[in-house]
Structure formats: structure tokens, C-alpha cells
Design a protein around this ligand. Structure first.
Ligand code: NAD
Length: 400
């Protein structure tokens, strides 16, 4: 992943005629903290926090708990965070953290212990104006609340601005749950608008109906009456209805029953079927590498919205672009989450509490210009939207 991330940066840098020194600066990290977290039951796990760049503001990025977490993965994700915050023009830098652990193998008490130990060991290197971590894969508001509480215990900090993604009662922001999905709706709308098709019927398939996919579909159903979600999948099944799926029903069913497999109000097929749905837009909100060299030829959509991180492999992206498919890249498409994290941090620092309406309005104020900047760059440089988003971000990082 790190090699692929560096390769993309180098290739974009070449098109921007950057010097070797500038490229080295983009690839280097400011600091890599490597340590061990442990439980009172004697379990130990390797842990990292990598701070890539604070040229534009405090390091920002999630903490991942997963057995496959490695130093190089964390470094790649930290680098991508610097690009994402710059692509959306947030006054933040990029960082990422992780613990190589399977949280399912831990008791609740052990989970709390490693979360607190992680925050305690990082305390000298983070803080509201230095590095503000957030949740990522397998971490959630409960875990972040423990970490923020531990940081406050260690430092006496009262701002609550040391971590974002906290529960509402611990200083979290309204609108954070829906932010990534809602952001996807805003970005897709701008792209379709620029192509002159936002006011026509737009048929959509959504892969992954978790937090991001379900909120994307729910917000789209309310805010964009001309968009129709005709296919949706989870890890067990794809549901299809040519007349449009009842999105609110699906979300409730998934909450109750956990899987789409037993849903009876639509056609049910295997989870892979969503990729070949006959739609205008394929929304990828499940896994990295979901569209790859083996299955890219099945995609029939003209647009792909990358709501997951890296859901289209680089090779597949080249083949799809050649076929005329427009891929709306993750660093802009799924930036709604980090944008509302930024709003949470601002609210905590200024002791404010914004309404959900204000959060949603401000989200659009960041994502619309970010999408426009990407579209304009793509036109000027005659490159893909992914390269264009990277170019916008890299130029901002170099100017900082
Ligand atoms: P989640 O765990 O809530 O949901 C993931 C969904 O994907 C689940 O419904 C699961 O059933 C489904 N899934 C898994 N394998 C599948 C398969 N083979 N086919 C179809 N569906 C499958 O996770 P989430 O928070 O919704 O995140 C989804 C993606 O978005 C992840 O890649 C995450 O890193 C990325 N992301 C999330 C946020 C955020 O704010 N949550 C922000 C930026 C990026």
C-alpha cells in the first residue's frame, strides 16, 4: 500500500514538473512513533502513530485496530490523510495510528485497557494543537471517549479537543454519523451537475450498506428525488429493484436482521452482483480493492463514487478510465467524515455546540469548492479526477 501510495504521488509530481527535493518532502514523514500497548492480563500488541505532515495544521487521522495493521500501512494512510485534508482545504495536516490487534479477541476490559494505554503512551506527542486522532476501522466513539478521557487525565486538558469522533455526550458533533455518506451525495451531485445530468433520473447501485453506504442512500433518498437506488449489497447479498429500493426499509431491516440475505421485498442475488448492475453510478462503500483487475470488466456504470478508501485498484482504475468510466476519488468523495471531525474540533476549542443543520450547511461549503477545484484541475491538465484531486492537494501542501 505504501509503495502504491508513493507511486501515485511520484507520477502526479512528474506531471506537475516537481523537483526531486519537493517529491522527497511529500513522501517523508515528520515522525513515526512505535510502541507496545498491553493489558493487565499480560497481552501485548505493537502500535504506531505516524505523523506525516503538519504544514497546513495539526496532524489529523484515525486509529485502526486490526490484526493486519503494520507500520507501512499506517504510513501510507497518514500520507493519504495529508492529501485528503489539503484536497478539501481544511487547515489540518495528516497522520494515522493503529494497533495490530483483533479486537474481537479481547474482553471489554482488555479493549479499554489497550485504548487507554495507547492514549497514555501517545500523550507527549498529541494534543489539540499538535495531533488530533479520530476513529477508523474497528474503533468507535466508545473507544475514542476512553482515549480522550485518558489524555485529559494525563494532561489536565479541559477542551475535549484532543480527539474527534467522540460520543455526543463527551463532546462529539451533531451530523458526524451521516457525514461521510452525506458528503458523498454532495460531491456526486456536483460532478453530475458539471456533466449536465444531475436533473435527469440517475440510477445508482451501492456496494456496502454499513455506516457510510446506508447514510449515502438515506440522504440521497431525501435530498435527491431524481436519484434512484436500484441495487444495494452487503457481504451476504445484493438486492435489486428496477423501480427503486425502499431505502429507509433496508436500513431498518439491516439494523434488525444484520444481513440482506433474507430480505423478501426485492430480488436477492450474490454479493458480487452489485458490481454489474445496469446503473449510471456505482457507489463503493465496503472494502479496499473491491473493484480490481479480475472484476473491473463487469462494471457497467459510467461513474464510480469511491466512498471506501481505495476501493478501485490502480490497475482497474486505468482500465476503467480507458473505457470512459469516471472515478470520483476517495480523497474528495469520502472527505465528509474528516470535514465534520474538523467541525467537532472547532466546536470543542471554542466551547460551542452547532446544530445538525449548521454542520450540514458548512459541510457543503467545504465539499462543493473541493469538487469544483478537482474538476477544474482535471480539465486544465487533461488528467483523471484522481490525479486532479492529488494535484490540487500537492500544490496546496507545497504552498503551505
Ligand atoms: P461498516 O463496517 O459500517 O460497513 C461496511 C459494510 O460493507 C457492511 O455493511 C458490510 O456488510 C459490507 N461489506 C463487507 N464486505 C462486503 C462485500 N464483499 N460486498 C458488499 N458489502 C460488503 O464500515 P463504514 O464505516 O461504512 O466504512 C466503509 C468504508 O468507508 C471503509 O472502507 C472505511 O474505511 C471507509 N470510510 C469510512 C468513513 C466513516 O466515516 N465511517 C470515512 C472515510 C472512509
Amino acid at each position: 500500500m505504501l509503495k502504491a501510495t508513493h507511486a501515485v504521488i511520484k507520477s502526479v509530481a512528474q506531471k506537475l514538473s516537481l523537483t526531486e527535493h519537493e517529491v522527497e518532502g511529500l513522501l517523508a514523514v515528520d515522525a513515526a512513533h512505535e510502541f507496545e500497548v498491553s493489558t493487565t492480563t499480560g497481552k501485548k500488541f505493537p502500535a504506531w502513530r505516524i505523523q506525516h505532515s503538519k504544514k497546513r495544521g495539526p496532524y489529523k487521522g484515525g486509529i485502526r485496530f486490526h490484526p493486519n495493521v503494520s507500520r507501512t500501512e499506517v504510513q501510507a494512510l497518514a500520507t493519504l490523510m495529508s492529501l485528503k485534508t489539503a484536497a478539501v482545504n481544511l487547515p489540518l495536516g495528516g497522520g494515522k495510528g493503529g494497533v495490530s490487534v483483533d479486537p474481537k479477541s479481547l474482553t471489554e476490559q482488555e479493549l479499554e485497557e489497550i485504548s487507554r494505554d495507547y492514549a497514555k503512551k501517545l500523550t507527549p506527542h498529541i494534543g489539540p494543537d499538535v495531533d488530533v486522532p479520530a476513529p477508523d476501522v474497528n474503533t468507535n466513539p466508545k473507544i475514542i471517549d476512553w482515549m480522550a478521557d485518558e489524555y485529559a487525565k494525563q494532561t489536565g486538558d479541559k477542551t475535549n479537543a484532543s480527539f474527534t469522533g467522540k460520543s455526543l455526550k463527551a463532546g462529539g458533533s451533531a451530523g458526524r454519523d451521516a457525514a461521510t455518506g452525506r458528503g458523498g451525495v454532495i460531491v456526486l451531485s456536483e460532478v453530475l451537475n458539471s456533466a449536465g445530468i444531475d436533473n435527469k433520473e440517475v440510477r445508482i447501485a451501492v456496494q456496502g450498506f454499513g455506516n457510510v453506504g446506508a447514510f449515502f442512500a438515506t440522504v440521497a433518498a431525501i435530498d435527491r428525488p431524481n436519484w434512484k437506488v436500484v441495487a444495494a449489497s452487503d457481504s451476504g447479498a445484493t438486492l435489486t429493484d428496477e423501480d427503486g429500493l425502499a431505502v429507509a426499509d433496508l436500513a431498518a431491516f439491516k439494523n434488525d436482521r444484520g444481513s440482506f440475505r433474507d430480505y423478501s421485498m426485492a430480488e436477492v442475488s450474490g454479493p458480487e452482483a452489485v458490481l454489474s448492475a445496469d446503473v449510471d453510478v456505482l457507489v463503493l462503500a465496503a472494502l479496499d480493492g473491491a473493484v480490481n483487475s479480475d472484476n473491473q470488466s463487469e462494471v457497467r456504470a459510467r461513474y464510480i463514487l469511491e466512498l471506501a478508501n481505495g476501493p478501485v485498484t490502480d490497475k482497474a482504475a486505468d482500465a476503467l478510465t480507458e473505457r470512459g468510466v469516471t472515478i470520483i476519488p476517495d480523497i474528495v468523495a469520502n472527505a465528509g467524515g474528516v470535514t465534520v471531525s474538523y467541525f467537532e474540533w472547532l466546536q470543542n476549542k471554542n466551547n460551542e455546540k452547532w446544530t445538525e443543520e449548521k454542520v450540514n450547511k458548512k459541510l457543503a461549503e467545504y465539499l462543493i469548492p473541493a469538487t469544483t477545484a478537482m474538476l477544474e484541475m482535471a480539465k486544465i491538465k487533461e488528467v483523471s479526477l484522481k490525479e486532479a484531486a492529488m494535484m490540487v492537494a500537492i500544490e496546496r501542501l507545497l504552498a503551505a
